[in-house]
Design a protein around this ligand. Structure first.
Ligand code: IMP
Length: 191
């Protein structure tokens, strides 16, 4: 079994990534470190924050690390919330606050097209590598489903009749932005 270090404090992402990777990988994260460690996402882009976190983790541990950063990019809002997706409704806001804000902003908009985008950055001790995943879809007019996290109840991927929060997690993982970026990353490390 291969061990990978994932630079995250988010238990949802850790669980999702462990599920996607399956039994042949053991994924450790910041919580497995002897002392608490966090990295503030201060870069203006999704790519920048993924790289920042992978670098910071390497600086802390000296071990190869991968890190991801994702965002929801809404066409009618010129790509917002983008890099501030997690804190769209303000510092300390909940997923519900974020969804409410987005639904309000899109009220009356005919164009509800959007995409989730993930960038995984992997620092192997010598070089930084990045892997991108994108899933296109639509922002619904109201929440549907209770599974998942974040904006899942209001995002319906193109070609599906269910929101991310209504579909089985295995289906979501296969098609999601994170799943796609991770697939590229896995292909790379298996080489
Ligand atoms: P992160 O960089 O992966 O933490 O993503 C930033 C924010 O985007 C999260 O806090 C969520 O609000 C949102 N997000 C990212 N991925 C997903 C997803 O798969 N479903 C719903 N929301 C997501």
């Amino acid at each position: 079994m291969q061990t990978l270090f994932f630079g995250t404090n988010n238990p949802h992402k850790l669980k999702e990534i462990q599920e996607i990777l399956g039994q042949s990988y053991r994924v450790l994260s910041f919580k497995d470190l002897p002392e608490p460690f966090d990295v503030e996402e201060t870069e203006p882009t999704i790519e920048g924050n993924a790289i920042l976190k992978a670098n910071a983790f390497y600086g802390k541990t000296g071990m190869p690390c991968f890190s991801d950063d994702s965002g929801l990019e809404v066409d009618a809002l010129d790509g917002r919330p983008g890099v501030i997706t997690a804190r769209y409704a303000g510092p300390g806001c909940s997923a519900d606050d974020n969804m409410d804000k987005l639904l309000m902003e899109l009220d009356g908009h005919a164009n509800r097209s959007a995409q989730f985008r993930t960038v995984i950055a992997y620092f192997d001790g010598q070089a930084m590598h990045t892997f991108e995943g994108i899933i296109r879809g639509k922002i619904l007019t109201a929440r549907r489903g209770t599974d998942g996290f974040g904006y899942d109840p209001i995002f319906m991927p193109d070609g599906y009749a269910e929101s991310f929060a209504e579909m089985p997690s295995a289906v979501k993982h296969k098609i999601s932005h994170r799943g796609q970026a991770l697939e590229k990353f896995i292909q790379y490390i298996r080489k």
